[in-house]
Design a protein around this ligand. Structure first.
Ligand code: NAP
Length: 288
């Protein structure tokens, strides 16, 4: 928040259910305060069945300039918007919405957020098969990102064959001209032997489930140049990344994805560059 709430204050926020765990208010309000903008970013807890009413209601409140969406609303929001930008159509999920006149325009900043720490690396992505563990909402953004990187093949691993088939069908209809394959969990060792990057897009390793999606023995199968990327940002590092670092691999956690998807979203709302370092410091301080 830039200062006092005034009659002119504009509103941004995050819709989710639950939403109390969201770190977005921390980083967005830190950035808004440092820019001296007359905005505030607030949580909007909205049950699934109330999403249509919430989207219509917020449109009527003229000071609401935009909002983020988190679980469980990223897909269900799509038919409620006036326009969905191509990147969000490709992923099949919207995480950021902006008021443009009297229209809600949705985009997806998770793809660019995921790519941010990878773009700083000097990698031969054309020779880097990707292995994605999990097939939920975040995995969809990761598939689109790996496609943008130019990975020659994208392997997605899941535990439920029906869901995997559905995932493959949905992504195939949204993205074109790419090599996506889905596999059962038992295929992991065989896939890791030739992987250039392995991404944990499951909740395994969060504080509530402090495990690892792949074992130390499986991590040993990865080529020496492989990258281990965990979308989880608490704890830092996860057991998955601890094992990867001990094995000498490049290990990346989910904090930069979180910060960058937020910064790109704030730029989309404010139409100007935002202080990403202030957003990073606010989150690091908050997370201790
Ligand atoms: P989601 O939609 O609920 O998907 C979770 C996926 O993990 C599903 O495919 C699920 O499989 C699988 N899974 C869950 N528990 C599993 C287990 N014990 N064994 C094997 N597979 C399991 O969640 P999401 O939104 O994709 O998020 C996934 C993770 O990414 C979360 O930890 C989230 O916090 C993180 N994330 C981080 C960022 C960031 O900015 N850093 C952004 C988005 C998400 P089933 O379908 O079979 O249940």
């Amino acid at each position: 928040m830039g200062g006092s709430i005034l009659g002119t204050t504009k509103i941004l926020g995050v819709m989710g259910f639950p939403v109390s765990h969201s770190l977005s208010p921390v980083m967005h309000n830190a950035a808004i305060a440092s820019m001296g903008f007359d905005y505030v970013y607030v949580p909007f807890p909205i049950p699934v069945e109330d999403l249509p009413a919430a989207i219509a209601g917020l449109k009527a409140i003229q000071s609401v300039q935009g909002f983020n969406l988190t679980i469980p609303h990223k897909v269900e929001v799509i038919p409620l918007l006036d326009e969905v930008l191509p990147i969000a159509k490709a992923v099949g999920a919207v995480n950021t919405v902006k008021r443009v006149g009297d229209r809600w325009v949705g985009t997806n900043t998770d793809v660019a957020g995921f790519l941010s720490p990878l773009k700083q690396l000097n990698c031969d992505w054309g020779n880097s098969p990707a292995v994605i563990l999990g097939s939920g909402g975040a995995a969809k953004a990761v598939v689109a990102a790996c496609l943008e990187l130019g990975c020659p093949v994208i392997h997605v691993v899941g535990r439920d064959s029906k869901k995997m088939k559905k995932f493959h069908g949905a992504m195939t209809s949204q993205l074109h001209d790419y090599n996506l394959r889905v596999h059962p969990w038992t295929s992991i060792p065989h896939l890791l032997e030739v992987a250039g990057i392995v991404i944990n897009a499951t909740p395994i390793g969060m504080a509530s489930d402090p495990n690892t999606p792949i074992s130390e023995a499986e991590m040993d199968l990865l080529p020496d140049q492989a990258i281990a990327y965990d979308l989880i940002y608490t704890p830092r590092p996860t057991k998955f990344l601890q094992i990867a670092a001990a094995r000498g691999l490049k290990a990346i956690d989910g904090l930069e994805m979180l910060i960058n998807q937020g910064a790109i979203g704030l730029e989309f709302w404010l139409d100007q560059p935002v202080p990403i370092e202030i957003m990073r410091q606010a989150l690091i301080t908050h997370l201790g």
